[in-house]
Design a protein around this ligand. Structure first.
Ligand SMILES: Cc1cc2nc3c(=O)[nH]c(=O)nc-3n(C[C@H](O)[C@H](O)[C@H](O)COP(=O)(O)OP(=O)(O)OC[C@H]3O[C@@H](n4cnc5c(N)ncnc54)[C@H](O)[C@@H]3O)c2cc1C
Length: 345
């Protein structure tokens, strides 16, 4: 069996960020991920200024296309769109397939492709599939994280919270404006049209799982109607809509009220149910929680869910204030103008 000081299960933004901080402090960290990177990750790819700053990443030096978003929010009872999103700050769009692979490589950690099945604790160490042992184990395996399932009995508290469906495709003729449709056709949630910096676009919707159950409506039907509405608004053309084929598979964001730390095991990012329940923002909390868990392993701090900004009272008030008082942002002039950064070719 191979021994490593810290093993991180999952190489998404949470796992790679945690590994990066440990490696930067000269510590030993190994990432296990069942997927080969670059891997597909369902996500609109909207990322906040704060998340980039936590990553010490500038849009100018990010090596892939990144687009500063000009957001229009549509509400069912308003005949016009509002400028901006209730998010405050500057927002960008990235493609997760590129972003996650970039962060993983940048972390400097060794990555082993391995689907984690069994975890047990013996003599103060964690043993994974009788192949790896470690002193610290970080669960960054997303909503289905095996670390949470095996080591955190409070996982009964896990609830399916938000069901989502999305599609990302090349559409160079797209509008560069990001559109969000709240409570679209009665949906308890929102739908999005998020342009990317390289002619791609991501469309999707997310709604409360309870709403679909209660209303007897189907997420796929909602999605089809949404595509029809995008055609009517000239955001995509009919031929593209007809060629989109089968819609993606539904995916659930969870809420989790249980422990996020137990002995030397930590849950971060989606594994800890940290995506915000209003907008489903999970990249920022994944990064923030990863840094805090790494700091605790390094003996520099204490990892607590309440300290992640969206969960602390002060952080929540700040987030709400930002979201309500979001400043109006000027719209980007064009895709390749000063507001977007294309990858160097
Ligand atoms: C449709 C949709 C749209 C979204 N849009 C946004 C958005 O625009 N902005 C935003 O901030 N958030 C968004 N989110 C939320 C965001 O995607 C997540 O919160 C974020 O990916 C969490 O990162 P993570 O590193 O915790 O987990 P993940 O990115 O899910 O990474 C988990 C990793 O663990 C690996 N893994 C899982 N099980 C195992 C195992 N048994 N063994 C080994 N490896 C394993 C997986 O392969 C994966 O690579 C969206 C979510 C969905 C579903």
């Amino acid at each position: 069996m191979r021994h490593i000081e810290t093993i991180i299960v999952g190489g998404g933004p949470a796992g790679s960020t945690c590994a990066g901080r440990l490696k930067a402090a000269g510590r030993d960290a190994l990432i296990l991920d069942r997927a080969e990177f670059p891997r597909l990750k369902l996500c609109a790819g909207w990322v906040t200024e704060k998340a980039l700053s936590d990553l010490e990443l500038s849009p100018k030096t990010y090596p892939h296309p990144i687009l500063k978003l000009d957001i229009k929010s549509h509400l069912p009872f308003l005949p016009f769109a509002l400028n901006g999103l209730p998010t405050g700050g500057i927002n960008y769009s990235i493609r997760r397939t590129e972003f996650d692979a970039f962060l993983l490589e940048r972390s400097g950690a060794e990555v082993v492709r391995h689907d984690v099945k069994t975890i047990r604790r013996e003599g103060g160490r964690y043993i994974i599939d009788d192949k790896f042992t470690c002193d610290h184990l970080v669960g960054a395996g997303g909503t289905q994280c095996p670390v949470r399932r095996k080591l955190f009995p409070a996982n009964r508290n896990r609830k399916r919270l938000i069901a989502t469906l999305e599609k990302e495709f090349s559409y160079p003729a797209r509008s560069d404006i990001c559109h969000l449709f709240f409570a679209y056709r009665g949906l308890e949630g929102y739908s999005w049209f998020v342009p990317k910096g390289d002619g791609m676009v991501n469309i999707g919707l997310g709604g409360k799982s309870k709403y679909f159950k209660k209303s007897g409506t189907n997420i796929h039907d909602h999605f089809k109607k949404f595509i029809g509405d995008l055609v009517r608004r000239n955001l995509i053309d009919r031929q593209t809509a007809d060629n989109l084929g089968e819609t993606g598979h539904p995916y659930y964001l969870i809420s989790y009220d249980g422990e996020i730390k137990r002995e030397n095991a930590y849950l971060i990012g989606d594994a800890a149910g940290l995506a915000t329940t209003d907008l489903g923002e999970g990249i920022g909390p994944a990064i923030e929680s990863a840094l805090m868990a790494a700091d605790e392993i390094l003996g520099r701090g204490v990892y607590e869910k309440e300290a992640v900004s969206a969960y602390s009272f002060a952080g929540l008030m700040k987030l709400l204030a930002q979201r309500i008082l979001a400043p109006q942002r000027p719209r980007p002039r064009d895709l390749h103008g000063p507001e977007s950064f294309a990858a160097p070719r």
